[in-house]
Design a protein. Structure first.
Length: 486
């Protein structure tokens, strides 16, 4: 929860005398994320998670039916005057916990409201599922009971012994691939042949099923619960999926990372086993070359089957590599938070930043745009905030000849500290109150100016000189048109 910095709030009277507490089913887990300590609230009843900072957690755990919200807040303020959340922060926190069904009110209607909020949340999930039909998910079963029954096997697989077996098989398979690299490369060339597409899809379904079971086994091994497995339509292609969100509450980040990597680890092991089977079949072929030709037919059929399976697995492994279409540096600030997540096709996970070219994007009002379209532009230059004393020349620019309503960056609007009025109904800070024109200018780098993507400034045009009477007349006509639509 982000702090607003406001100690007092005009809406405090609405919650000051309430007596609330966390629901009895809520579990609290401590974890370290990026070197900082956090507390995760988890309710197994509705599978909701909520992450808190230590100072906010200190406030939440003191909530109870014996004290009002105001008494708890004053107690925290006396204990930690510099770190305690403000009244506005407390109101926002209680609102979020309420809609997440994590708070208990000592009121009879609260249970009914709990199920009412749960019903609304389910309706929103169903509506979202129908709107995203290209990536729809259909839960089919709850594997939790099955996972509990095979818990001894899970402990054996996810253990140092299992890691040693996995490592030995993968190393052995890697050696086989290196020793027969040319043959493996030649076989890989035909994996996408039309006659192999159906088998390739079947292999994809099998490997993805094992992939999802890999996530489920590791999640269960470290105390998580897996209650959902089903089929997801990935662009109308049915593939299995599972829900391992309970791993978010693990204290160890290594356990969370292992849950995210379990699918890939499973796929590598299956590929290694397939390579080992192929090598075994090849050894049997070499041994059988001294036998009669009739005895070799079953072996060749088995070899062909293993080779087809290997082609499918190698093709799936190759398709997991993400490649950029343009050169540059890949920037993904939130990539660690997406580890282990299933992302729909087209989801933005990062950006390719080109440090060679810099384009300055500016907005201009309708009144000022008329001057640019009507007058002769003699010169254009850019001044960046923080280095306004140094001008950057513009080698070329482009004025988009139609109106826009959404700002290219929230930093240009009032919410981001800019000068452009924005709509009061827009929460993103990018919807302008009035239409505007957009200008793109290619900047010539200067020796004394540091160019970084994301810096802001102003684009200045020098127009040919005109008499003041002409300029005043134009401004008066624009005022009449804007005020009276003349």
């Amino acid at each position: 929860m982000a702090r607003t910095g406001r100690t007092f709030s005009e809406s405090w009277h609405r919650v000051a005398n309430l007596k609330v507490s966390l629901r009895p089913t809520v579990r609290v887990h401590r974890q370290f994320f990026r070197g900082e300590r956090w507390y995760v609230l988890h309710d197994p009843f509705n599978n909701q998670f909520f992450r808190l900072r230590p100072e906010v957690h200190d406030f939440v755990i003191r909530l109870g039916p014996e004290q009002t919200v105001e008494q708890v807040w004053e107690d925290c303020l006396n204990r930690h005057p510099d770190e305690a959340p403000g009244q506005e922060d407390v109101i926002q926190l209680l609102t979020q916990l309420y809609y997440a069904n994590l708070l208990y009110f000592e009121m009879p209607p609260d249970s009914a409201k709990l199920f009412e909020r749960y019903k609304k949340r389910r309706q929103r999930e169903i509506q979202s599922r129908l709107l995203s039909i290209m990536f729809a998910r259909f839960p089919l079963l709850d594997p939790e009971i099955f996972l509990k029954r095979i818990m001894p096997l899970i402990k054996l697989l996810v253990s140092p012994f299992g890691a040693i077996v996995w490592l030995a098989v993968v190393i052995a398979a890697g050696k086989v691939v290196v020793d027969h690299f040319d043959a493996a490369f030649d076989q890989f060339q035909g994996v996408l042949a039309p006659e192999n597409l159906f088998l390739l899809y079947l292999g994809l379904v099998v490997i993805k099923t094992l992939h999802e079971f890999g996530h489920a086994l590791v999640c269960k091994r470290y105390g998580g619960e897996v209650h959902t497995m089903g089929v997801m339509l990935l662009v109308f292609t049915p593939l299995p999926y599972m829900d391992a969100t309970s791993s978010w509450s693990f204290k160890s980040r290594w356990h969370r990372a292992l849950v995210g990597a379990a699918g890939m680890i499973t796929e590598l092991f299956v590929a290694a086993v397939a390579v080992a089977q192929r090598e075994e079949a090849m050894a049997m072929v070499r041994k059988a070359r001294q036998m009669e030709k009739a005895d070799l037919e079953p072996l060749f059929k088995r070899l062909e089957t293993v080779e087809t399976k290997l082609k499918d697995l190698l093709a799936q492994k190759e398709s997991l590599t993400v490649k950029a279409r343009e050169s540059g540096r890949w920037v993904a600030p939130k990539i660690t938070e997406l580890a282990g997540s299933w992302l729909p096709r087209g989801t933005t996970i990062g950006e390719i930043v080109n440090h060679g070219d810099f384009r300055f994007s500016a907005v201009v009002s309708q009144e000022e745009a008329s001057e640019l379209f009507a007058g002769h532009i003699e010169r254009a230059e850019v001044r960046l905030y923080g280095q306004s004393g140094n001008n950057l020349d513009v080698k070329d620019y482009q004025i988009i000849p139609f109106q826009h309503e959404k700002l290219p960056s929230a930093a240009l609007g009032w919410l981001g500290g800019g000068e452009v009025p924005i709509s009061t109904k827009d929460q993103t800070g990018r919807q302008a109150a009035e239409p505007f024109f957009q200008i793109y200018a290619n900047v010539i780098p200067g020796a004394d100016v540091v160019l970084l993507h994301g810096r802001s400034g102003k684009l200045r045009f020098t127009l040919d000189s005109k008499p003041l009477v002409f300029q005043w007349g134009r401004m008066f006509l624009q005022l009449l048109q804007r005020r009276y639509q003349i």
